[in-house]
Design a protein around this ligand. Structure first.
Ligand code: NAD
Length: 261
């Protein structure tokens, strides 16, 4: 429980990787603020479980990551009601897949807002609170697509490359304040989002479940296995340890060898 007394604010943590981060921080005793969309009863159930796990408080904030004023308000609410934030995880993300000449400009705007700009607004709002205590951890979920491209993902690849640039810059700016900033770059992670795509892909491509998993989803991943959300979260927890205080400005892959190829 080395995070007792600390507060972690995780965007996009009502499902998938974000929820795994929240659970992992709570298991180490952190108070957590979760965020994201979803069904109110399910979110409340997760919030209550997180509080029970940590023995600390847990709150949900519905801030929309496309709205900078809501991001700032969420950080200030976290500070007022939970303290901190000592740990900030920029994790909310969306995807849209289309060739650039068919890519709707409003999808470009949404992906850039949620996957890139929200991280900048979060860091800008949270860093003064971290500086005040001389300790902080900023973690951003990037992606293998922060290092390599795939066709039809121009907005996602641009946003994920962009968060690495923000992270490197901010890491330099806060280096003498006890604050680190890093990206974690997963390959294909087994989340509800990925799982829910399988039946549709089976239907539209006339493939079996195994063919979708192995020949479509895991084609780029040398291990031929999904990364589990808990593996990503475990690295985030390590980055919060004192032993990780010299790891800053990095982009750490958790991708089964994808970006080694
Ligand atoms: P997910 O869909 O399960 O989770 C996304 C979260 O973001 C949800 O909580 C959702 O409610 C929230 N969200 C979406 N739009 C939002 C908005 N406007 N404001 C606030 N919250 C919003 O997906 P996931 O797979 O867990 O993805 C989490 C992060 O991991 C994303 O940044 C994604 O790009 C990244 N990632 C995922 C994979 C993968 O294979 N699943 C791989 C690499 C990177």
């Amino acid at each position: 429980m080395f995070l007792k007394g600390k507060t972690a604010l995780i965007t996009g943590s009502t499902s998938g990787i974000g929820l795994a981060y929240a659970k992992a921080f709570a298991a180490e005793g952190a108070a957590v603020m979760i965020n994201g969309f979803g069904e109110a009863d399910a979110i409340e159930a997760e919030r209550a479980k997180l509080a029970e796990t940590s023995g600390a408080n847990a709150l949900y904030d519905a801030a929309d990551m496309t709205k900078p004023d809501q991001i700032v308000a969420m950080v200030e609410r976290c500070h007022a009601e939970l303290g901190g934030p000592d740990i900030v995880v920029n994790n909310a993300g969306i995807q849209h897949v289309a060739p650039i000449d068919d890519f709707p400009p409003e999808k470009w705007d949404a992906i850039i807002a949620i996957n890139l700009s929200s991280a900048w607004h979060m860091m800008r709002a949270a860093i003064p609170h971290m500086k005040a205590r001389g300790w902080g951890r900023i973690i951003t979920t990037a992606s293998a697509h922060s290092m390599v491209a795939s066709p039809n993902k121009s907005a996602y690849v641009a946003a994920k490359h962009g968060v690495v640039g923000i992270t490197k810059t901010v890491a330099l700016e806060v280096a003498t304040h006890g604050i680190t900033a890093n990206c974690i770059s997963p390959g294909y992670v087994w989340t509800p989002l990925v799982e829910n795509q399988i039946p549709d892909t089976m239907k539209t491509r006339g493939l079996t479940r195994e063919q979708v998993i192995n020949d479509v989803l895991l084609d780029a991943q040398p291990t031929k296995e999904f990364v589990q959300p808990e593996e990503v979260a475990a690295l985030a927890v390590f980055l919060c340890r004192d032993e990780a205080k010299s790891i800053t400005g990095t982009n750490l892959p958790v991708d089964g060898g994808w970006t080694a190829a």
